[in-house]
Design a protein around this ligand. Sequence first.
Ligand code: FMN
Length: 161
Amino acid sequence: MGHFDEQEFRTTIGHFATGVVIATGCLEGEPSGFTAQSFSSLSLDPPLVALCPAKASTSWPKLRESGHFCINILGEDQQSVCDIFAQTGIDKFTEIGWQPGETGSPVLAGVLAYIDCELALEHDAGDHIIAIGRVKDLAVLDANRGPLMFFRGGYGRLGKF
Ligand SMILES: Cc1cc2nc3c(=O)[nH]c(=O)nc-3n(C[C@H](O)[C@H](O)[C@H](O)COP(=O)(O)O)c2cc1C
């Protein structure tokens, strides 16, 4: 650490507002996934996105082994989905419908959009991993609802939606 502690790091970084996604995958017929905010568009040509799984994530190794992951962008009414997928060691797929996307990774019911990827590259990054996905398929499923937002450690909606 520099001249700041972990709490100051979290608080300051928390002023960067993000949407919330669920990164999903399917290994040997078993779906898995986790809530994430560290998602970003990376490259248009070729089409790449980035996701940063924590090394402590128990779902990421399964997505990695499947060689694919799907980014599900949550709508403003999906905080309960966000909460379920932010837990660890439980079956997270009992309360929500899903269907396999092109790569086999789950596309969750009620999401605003999804981005289905092949895992292209992983970089080591402290207690996280930078995972780069090559986009295989994507679609907007609902252009009318606003996104679930995460800001200063809490959830909100965008006023103009
Ligand atoms: C709003 C929010 C954002 C999160 N962002 C990330 C993230 O970007 N990367 C990550 O690995 N975990 C993130 N988490 C934490 C995981 O969702 C959480 O550790 C989860 O239990 C991991 O589940 P797993 O053990 O099944 O992988 C976030 C949680 C919340 C509530």
